[in-house]
Design a protein around this ligand. Sequence first.
Ligand SMILES: [Zn+2]
Length: 285
Amino acid sequence: MNEIIVDESAITSPEELEAFFLNALETDARISPTPLKWKDALEEIDVPTRIVFKRAHATHKPWWDEAVQAVKDAQADNDFIELFVYDDDLDAHDFDLSSELDASQALTALKRGNARYLEASHAHGDISAGTIEHLFSNGQHPYAVIVSCADSRVVPEHLFMTGLGELFTIRVAGNVIDKAAMASIVYACSHLHVKLVLVLGHTNCGAIEAAMEGTHSEALAPLTKPIARAIGDEKDPYVASALNVKAAICHIVSNGELYTLMNNEGLEVHGAIYHTHSGVVDFLD
Ligand SMILES: [Zn+2]
């Protein structure tokens, strides 16, 4: 995934934006826009390209919204473009920890968090004493269940830049959903009223590789057997990871209680792949 990050605080005029975009399209999206205008050049993008607009409230420019709209319009006609817009005013506390987010708001919060993560050098989710006290007094209202691998590089709270009380996280190598994991998901969705479940696979997953190679000890079988069933004889590790995520989603929606919540309460189940080389989370739908 190529990425173009447009930082409003660093760009002062429409001319600068034009120059920035033409350069970025050439170097990051690998197209030669000359002599096109950047807005016209967007339709030429033919490799997956994420365009991130970082809005700066303190120095907000009148032409900014028009630029964002141009990318939105281009995105409607070009599947290779993925657009993210987020505010520099929004930190980990950009919502009330006491309120419930619906599935679409939760998905937006995760996408925005990952966009922040790509620019960050340190985690900055809220772990303050005030939040500990708030969550103790008011109880937890996480907005997403994340089912991810136990891999030390794939830490949901970091890669979505979240603090305490935001994510209900279930981590098992290979994001395999056993009975206890399923019960955890049911608990979060039915008792904590979480409206979004995200199954998060990742590239370079040791559990997937072990299942593909088939040369592992019997002790690993509880992980590798369900993965092997999910991926069949797929040889491409990325596709295998995506198949494993999709199998987990099918497993989740086959649960009667969760199925009912999907039909009656707006619960949604989504999948994504985390790229261990870049930090990007690719949402699969
Ligand atoms: Zn893994």
